[in-house]
Design a protein around this ligand. Structure first.
Ligand code: ADP
Ligand code: MG
Ligand code: MG
Length: 210
């Protein structure tokens, strides 16, 4: 489908459903290396984002929809992940400008801007066992897919698959950022919850686009 405002809305509805289904799993991952609230935090934020998007005017642009999600996540998620995901959506909206629909080049630029926003806010590097370890391979895979001529749905599918692998790859890592870093070496052997929620969000984006 065309990546217009309706796509953003459908994406966030699908993301809210997926996060809701995986809420306990995300809480459990966060209980192992954090404070056990990541599923709750994300579930609250995505449900509030769906409600906020329903209130947007009919002629709202994709940029306005992405910024609505950003502000809602920042104000409702709490925890480390709220401002990080909020910044990602805010920054992703920038390259979209006032376009009615997000084309393939802009999609990659938006994903990259989102990842860069998380990095500049949270200062995590790849390998620090955070959501950056899902976002970074996702951006790289999206760019490669776009360069080889993939559709928006293909670009998002590549990003989602790379994010899932990136989430898997956090398991052996020792955390160097966020609450999990307090555990030091004991954080190894557990999946990072934020990397997993990133994979779920991108998989929802791909599912709705395809
Ligand atoms: P909190 O740790 O405040 O309870 P959440 O549980 O909602 O917040 O989110 C935890 C997730 O946030 C981690 O799994 C990790 O992916 C991400 N995170 C934490 N700190 C950072 C950071 N500095 N940079 C990037 N991601 C981070
Ligand atoms: Mg937590
Ligand atoms: Mg918390």
């Amino acid at each position: 489908m065309t990546l217009d405002t309706n796509w953003v809305k459908e994406w966030i509805v699908a993301a809210a459903a997926s996060i809701g289904e995986h809420k306990q799993e995300l809480n459990t991952l966060d209980r192992e290396i954090g404070d056990g609230d990541h599923g709750e935090n994300m579930d609250r934020g995505l449900k509030a984002s769906v409600a906020a998007l329903e209130k947007l005017p009919d002629d709202a642009t994709p940029n306005a929809a992405l910024r609505s999600v950003a502000m809602t996540l920042i104000s409702t998620v709490g925890g480390a992940s709220g401002p990080l995901y909020g910044t990602a959506f805010l920054k992703a909206a920038e390259p979209v400008g006032d376009a009615e629909a997000i084309d393939e080049t802009t999609l990659v630029a938006a994903l990259r801007a989102g990842r860069d926003g998380i990095v500049s806010r949270g200062k995590a590097e790849p390998g620090d066992k955070t959501m950056v370890d899902a976002w970074t391979p996702a951006v790289d895979a999206a760019a490669a897919a776009q360069e080889s001529g993939a559709s928006a749905a293909g670009i998002l599918a590549a990003a989602a698959e790379a994010a899932e692998k990136g989430s898997d790859a956090t398991i052996p890592l020792v955390a160097r950022k966020g609450r999990a870093s307090y555990l030091g070496e004991r954080s190894a052997g557990h999946r990072d919850p934020g990397a997993q929620s990133t994979a779920l969000l991108l998989r929802a984006a791909a599912g709705v686009a395809g």
